[in-house]
Design a protein. Structure first.
Length: 282
């Protein structure tokens, strides 16, 4: 198909190369400095012949992209346990600092292991207590022991091997598409040169179904005939997973799973990747 995209759309370090689908890796090099274009504007303008109506394209633009075109970066919140751990660390460091500066009603005299720790506060008894050597609690969380398992809930973060919209499997025939607001079968047909029948067949969709944002679809680019195509389930691997264990859970041979998912040699599936599992048609 002829390239109808904006000539100023490209990767941050390679302006002459762009991704053929809406992606936060696509930058507008008409802006100074180059900035990411939001996915909706990429889909409706940058990746179509409509780019000629873009206000940034029509004039000698200098400066940042307009707010309605620019993509806003979103950052995930830190896990609660990390915030708690940081709070405990700050409290301990603050307490030790206050002791050293004499702001607390008692003082700590650092001693060798065989010496006693003396406090200026009045003792509760006349006996002398000789405590054993103590150490401050560590602020480093204990290492987590990897467990084998599979989580079927998709992760919101980009993932490697394979990533979204990245061909994989036999002859690079398959890829996974994340449905976003505004996607339609017509758009997907034009984007991947496929057909609605193929998308429905490989994802067990019913006629006149609606594409809901957040849904992950298995796509076969350049394929329009649904005859004989397998049905797939999409899952996300977030922990190191033994291939033989997963094979037993889904009742599909490890050889078939390896072929469809372009696995490297070895029995351990590394975390942080999308995975497709062929299904039987009922």
């Amino acid at each position: 198909m002829a390239d109808r995209s904006c000539p100023y759309l490209g990767l941050t370090d390679d302006p002459s190369t762009r991704l053929s689908y809406p992606s936060l890796r696509n930058y507008c090099h008409r802006a100074r400095p180059p900035q990411v274009v939001n996915l909706s504007f990429q889909r409706l303008h940058c990746s179509t012949a409509n780019y000629k109506s873009c206000p940034v394209f029509e004039q000698e633009w200098r400066g940042k992209l307009p707010a309605e075109i620019r993509a806003e970066r979103k950052f995930s919140k830190a896990p609660k346990w990390r915030l708690v751990l940081i709070g405990v660390g700050v409290f301990l460091l603050g307490t030790l600092g206050a002791m050293e500066l004499g702001w607390l009603p008692f003082q700590i005299q650092w001693t060798t292991p065989k010496e006693t720790m003396q406090f200026s506060a009045a003792p509760l008894s006349t006996e002398t207590t000789v405590p054993s050597q103590t150490s401050l609690p560590s602020l480093t969380p204990p290492p987590e022991t990897p467990t084998v398992g599979v989580t079927l809930t998709p992760s919101p973060f980009p993932t490697p091997g394979p990533a979204l919209e990245t061909p994989f499997g036999p002859a690079g025939r398959y890829l996974i598409h994340l449905v976003i607001e505004g996607d339609s079968f017509i758009y997907l047909e034009d984007l991947y040169n496929t057909s609605e029948a193929v998308i429905m067949a490989t994802n067990s969709l019913i006629p006149e179904t609606i594409l809901w944002p957040g849904t992950h679809l298995v796509i076969l680019p350049e394929v329009s005939d649904p005859e004989g195509l397998p049905l797939f389930k999409v899952i996300y691997i977030d922990q190191p997973t033994d291939l033989d264990v997963l094979s037993g859970e889904v009742e599909i041979s490890s050889e078939v799973l390896s072929e469809y998912n372009s696995l490297d040699e070895g029995d351990l599936i590394q975390p942080g990747r999308w995975f497709i599992i062929p299904q039987d048609r009922e």
